[in-house]
Design a protein around this ligand. Structure first.
Ligand code: ADP
Length: 455
């Protein structure tokens, strides 16, 4: 280990051929060396040092020097040393990790399986305003500290995810600083499991996202305002075009009529885009109202089908409706549920070629109503299925086919259905067809005060 030949050091004192440093890598006095101390005190000495090899390189060692005493007389010492380079490296790596966590700019908290804090880093102290000392042993996320502001359902889902399912939980929550200020935090809490799969502790990482959310809100407010302002001139174009087409300003020749038809049609598209943008912003800002009343969903569906008849006829499609006999009336906002059905049926008709089939089925389960809209159309490419509910997303196949659309319809559908406690999903195969499934709980939509209705 030291690089010395036995013959060369035989009968020599260790101190004469092994140079050493103390644990802080500073030179050490001969009188303080463990062997000297063992001889002086006649007691075993233990410690960690650096030894030099014959080639001048040094390495960390753990040393034990035991005095050998026979008949009360010190006859020598036994020195045992172990190269601890690997332990040192592991320890240094661990220290690096600890420093990285301590200095990280995100709030990091470690809790025991009950959620009681056993560690928090300085960012957590800075963001929440609570010191580690006053937080230790208290429950993270309780109102004794910065949490406890979310509803019962939230905490149920939170604990079930991290403790029962043993998966990470991510989401945005409201927290309260020590000074009372409320802020939004993006959180991710992960259970750390032992070899047997039991939760050893939880690691929670949070980031104050209040600023980002405020910017998002400002952007949405801008879109809302701009779309609202755009509606007035668009309505004017609509009226005047309709008047011209009706011959109110004199008879039109063929070319004039065809140009005006073009203007009218493009304007309609613009109105529909602006209305969709306005709806998206109202859904995001939460300013829309929900006014539920006992509603026969089949009646609403029939009225949407009626409205779509011209397109269905034009494309020579086979439209089938299958309503279960006893569909109960439930509390629904007529305008909102109409928007859901309208978007799904319009898509089915729009993305299905001439002579294709579109089917609407409504059934009642124990706890919810199930709507399914199937078509034999172009389908959604597998690789893009995960993006279909995203704002403004349109799949490549429908864009190539030159169909009209804004990519906002399904985003709106999802927001309305999720807001009603329901679900929406689909199954699709390219060039074969698509089926969308929507469930709405029989308990219906909850009333919501608001200043705006959806357009
Ligand atoms: P768009 O205005 O483009 O129809 P949507 O939000 O309603 O916007 O739909 C988003 C995208 O989802 C569509 O552009 C299309 O790619 C795909 N999609 C929706 N419904 C269908 C369907 N029935 N068949 C095939 N693709 C569909």
């Amino acid at each position: 280990m030291l690089g010395h030949e036995f013959e060369a050091v035989q009968n020599k004192k260790l101190v004469d051929f092994v140079n050493m440093l103390d644990v802080e890598e500073k030179p050490i006095l001969r009188s303080k060396r463990p062997a000297t101390l063992a001889i002086q005190t006649q007691k075993r000495q233990r410690g960690e040092y650096y030894y030099f090899r014959r080639n001048g390189s040094s390495f960390p060692v753990s040393v034990t020097v035991t005095p050998v005493i026979i008949d009360d007389e010190l006859v020598g010492t036994i020195e045992v040393f172990r190269d601890i380079t690997r332990e040192r490296t592991n320890e240094q790596d661990l220290q690096k990790f600890q420093r990285a966590v301590a200095e990280a700019s995100d709030h990091v908290v470690i809790t025991d399986p009950e959620g009681k804090i056993i560690y928090m880093n300085s960012a957590a102290e800075k963001i929440t305003g609570y010191s580690q000392q006053e937080s230790l042993g208290k429950k993270a996320g309780s109102n004794a500290l910065w949490g406890g502001l979310m509803g019962k359902d939230f905490y149920q889902e939170f604990w079930s995810t991290i403790k029962k399912v043993k998966k990470s939980f991510t989401g945005v929550i409201k927290n309260k600083r020590k000074d009372g200020q409320i802020y939004d935090a993006a959180v991710s809490v992960s259970p750390i499991l032992d070899n047997r799969g039991n939760v050893q502790f939880f690691v929670g990482i949070e980031r104050d996202v209040s600023k980002e959310l405020a910017i998002d809100r400002a952007k949405t407010e801008f879109v809302s305002l701009a779309s609202h302002q755009l509606r007035t001139p668009l309505s004017a174009i609509n009226w005047y075009t309709e008047m011209l087409l009706a011959g109110d300003a004199g008879k039109l020749n063929k070319e004039q009529r065809s140009f005006l038809d073009e203007i009218y049609h493009s304007n309609q598209r613009m109105v529909s885009l602006v209305n969709s943008l306005l709806n998206v912003s109202r859904l995001e800002l939460g300013t829309f109202m929900v006014e539920p009343e006992k509603t026969d969903i089949c009646e609403i569906a029939d009225s949407v089908i009626g409205e779509l008849q011209p397109q269905i006829k034009k494309k020579n499609q086979v439209f089938t409706k299958k309503y279960e006999k006893k569909i109960q009336k439930i509390l629904l906002d007529k305008k909102l549920i109409r928007m859901v059905i309208q978007n799904l049926l319009t898509n089915a008709v729009k993305y299905t070629k001439d002579t294709g089939k579109v089917t609407l089925a409504i059934t009642q389960n124990k706890k919810d109503l199930l709507l399914s809209v199937s078509d034999t159309g172009m389908g959604i490419p597998k690789s893009q299925q995960s993006q279909i509910f995203k704002k403004l997303f349109r799949a490549d196949n429908v864009r190539e086919a030159d169909t009209e659309g804004t990519g906002l319809g399904l985003y709106i559908v999802k927001a309305i259905v999720a807001g009603s406690g329901g679900t929406v999903r689909f199954e699709s195969e390219e060039n074969k067809g698509t089926t969308f499934f929507v469930t709405i709980p029989l308990t219906g939509m909850a009333k919501k005060e608001g200043t705006k209705t959806l357009a």
